[in-house]
Every structure is written in structure tokens, then in C-alpha cells.
Design a protein around this ligand. Structure first.
Ligand SMILES: Nc1nc2c(ncn2[C@@H]2O[C@H](COP(=O)(O)OP(=O)(O)OP(=O)(O)O)[C@@H](O)[C@H]2O)c(=O)[nH]1
Length: 306
């Protein structure tokens, strides 16, 4: 039911790598849509989560971490981020309470000041994420440091994993939205093409427990995805063929593991998540390929969807 003063609009989550953006997106939406991981910079795609309430629809855009570009991929991600930022209605700046404000946060604050400088630009709500990880005194200190970092519409401490103040944050964000119609049908949580989400789930599974330098060197492409022929409605099976691209043969060996054992467990883990996403049984076929220096090669980047 849509009331007369229904509001709708877009919010964008920014913050340094590992700030808790994906986890917060999931908590706000209430279902797993974005990709979380203990490793920095795993969010390659702009994933939207959609919150539909009686009074408003808020579309969340979970961006890759704003960061100083080191490679071509980094540059493209940053352009994507600032283009996205200028167009949203409200920006959520995530600052993890378990870490001190640092140069990365100041860099983002400066970028935000550039985007939101004019009167018409989006407002920024600063969020102290992971507030469950610190004592009240440290949280208070963090909130003061945040207030000194820039000018914010509000500062809200939350814990995405504990559910603390997540609903309150949603209220604060909805307040910033203009009146407008529902933009997506009710029940829709994300408009990412399924293949992209499937690729992200494979990527997440492949990254689990591997060395620090690997995340940046790993991309996943779903080559084929379709219902298997000749099955009746109650026994549907989705065939998925995906390729995990790494930069070096040594990384390929890490992903595959001893006699393929690691790749098998990556496949099993990803399959479970994909089945949950699609609601169908899945046959997942994974291959690992070396695409040398893909992060620096425009042709390879285009092929990998960047
Ligand atoms: N204790 C606690 N841990 C959290 C909370 N939110 C996120 N985390 C953890 O922090 C880590 C990073 O969280 P993500 O949500 O992946 O961070 P992100 O900002 O999306 O990271 P990038 O994709 O690298 O930009 C994960 O291990 C999360 O489980 C929280 O509220 N409390």
C-alpha cells in the first residue's frame, strides 16, 4: 500500500576497505545480497539492496572501497564511485569503531566534501560501524573523532552483526529521501543480474582462507548458466560453468590445492550459497585460468566486466 507521502531514493555506502559496508547492507536489507569477507576490497560490483517499507523505498548501493588508485582497475573503480556518489540522495560513510581514524578515512572525507560541497548535493550520514567490538569509552572517543573529521547530517553508531541501531539508521536514511514513487516492485532485493551475483559468490568462496595478496588477483566470470533440459518443474537443475581467473600460475596452484581438494571445497561452498540465492539445485563446474596481469590490461578488464 502506497501512502500519499511515500518517499524513495538511493543511498550509497562508502568507507575504507573492511569498514563493514557489505555487512551493514545485508543487515539493512535483512538478507544476504552483498559479498562480505574478512579480506579488504572484495566488493567489485555495485550491488544494490532494496528496502521496501510502508512509508518508503530505499535502494542501497554498496560500492567498492574508495581508495587511492594503484592500478587501472583501481582508477576505474574510483571513477565509478564518484559518479555514483553525486547521484544518490544520501551517503553513508562507514568508520569502523575498532580502528582509529586514519589517512584513508581523511581521503574519503575530502572526496565527500567535493561531492557534497554544494547545497544541492547528497547529505552524508556518518556511521560508527562494528560498535560491538569496543568499550563505551572508546566508542565515545570515536564519535568525537568522527565529528571532527567533517560535517555530517548525523552520526550513528551501529553494530550490523548485533543488529544494534540498524533500524534506527534506516529511519535516519529514509528521512533524507525525497517524496517519490516505488522504484522497484515489492519483494525485489537486488537488481544485479543473477550471473554477477553467482560470480561474486564463487569469488567469495575462493577467497576464503587464502593469503593476503590473492584477493586483488582474482576475478570470476560465469561463462554459462541455464536450466538443464528434460527436467520437470519439481526437479529443476541449473548448470553453471564459471572460470576463476588468477594472475600467476602460483596462485592457480593455491586455488586448486593438493589434488584439487581446495577447488572442490570452494565449489561445494559456492554451490550451497548459489542454491540458496536461486532456489534451485545447482550443478557448478569450476575452472581456474591464468590471465596474466589482468588488473593492468584494459582488454582483459573489459572481458571480466569492468
Ligand atoms: N563484530 C563485528 N564485525 C563486523 C561488523 N560489521 C562487519 N564486521 C566484520 O568486518 C569484516 C569486513 O566486513 P565487510 O562488510 O566485508 O566490509 P566492507 O567494508 O564491505 O569491505 P570491502 O568489501 O573490503 O570494502 C568482516 O569480517 C565482517 O564480519 C559488526 O557490526 N560487528
Amino acid at each position: 500500500m502506497t501512502n500519499a507521502h511515500f518517499k524513495s531514493g538511493f543511498a550509497c555506502l562508502v568507507g575504507r576497505p573492511n569498514a563493514g559496508k557489505s555487512t551493514l547492507t545485508n543487515a539493512l536489507v535483512g538478507q544476504k545480497v552483498a559479498i562480505t569477507s574478512g579480506r579488504p576490497q572484495t566488493t567489485r560490483h555495485t550491488v544494490r539492496g532494496i528496502i521496501t517499507r510502508e512509508d518508503a523505498q530505499l535502494i542501497l548501493i554498496d560500492t567498492p572501497g574508495l581508495h587511492r588508485p594503484r592500478t587501472l582497475l583501481g582508477e576505474r573503480l574510483n571513477t565509478l564511485v564518484s559518479d555514483t556518489l553525486a547521484e544518490v540522495d544520501v551517503i553513508v560513510f562507514c568508520l569502523p569503531a575498532d580502528q582509529r581514524i586514519g589517512p584513508g578515512d581523511r581521503y574519503i572525507a575530502a572526496q565527500l566534501a567535493g561531492v557534497t560541497g554544494g547545497r544541492r548535493g547528497p547529505r552524508v550520514v556518518a556511521v560508527a560501524t562494528k560498535s560491538d567490538l569496543v568499550a563505551p569509552e572508546r566508542l565515545a572517543e570515536h564519535l568525537i573523532e568522527i565529528s571532527e573529521l567533517g560535517s555530517w547530517e548525523q552520526i550513528v553508531p551501529v553494530s550490523a552483526t548485533g543488529g544494534y541501531q540498524v533500524d534506527h539508521l534506516a529511519d535516519v536514511l529514509v528521512k533524507e529521501l525525497p517524496e517519490g514513487p516505488m522504484l522497484y516492485p515489492e519483494g525485489e532485493l537486488t537488481d544485479e543480474p543473477e550471473a554477477v551475483m553467482v560470480a561474486e559468490l564463487v569469488r567469495e568462496a575462493a577467497l576464503e582462507g587464502v593469503r593476503d595478496e590473492l584477493p586483488h588477483s582474482l576475478a570470476v566470470v560465469v561463462e554459462e548458466m541455464g536450466l538443464r533440459d528434460g527436467r520437470d518443474e519439481s526437479h529443476r537443475l541449473v548448470d553453471i560453468h564459471a572460470i576463476i581467473y588468477v594472475e600467476r600460475p602460483s596462485q592457480k596452484a593455491i586455488i586448486i590445492g593438493k589434488s584439487g581438494s581446495r577447488l572442490r571445497s570452494v565449489g561445494t561452498k559456492a554451490r550451497v550459497e548459489i542454491e540458496r540465492l536461486l532456489g534451485d539445485r545447482v550443478y557448478l563446474d569450476l575452472h581456474v585460468k591464468v590471465a596474466k596481469d589482468w588488473q593492468r590490461d584494459p582488454k582483459q578488464l573489459a572481458k571480466l566486466g569492468f
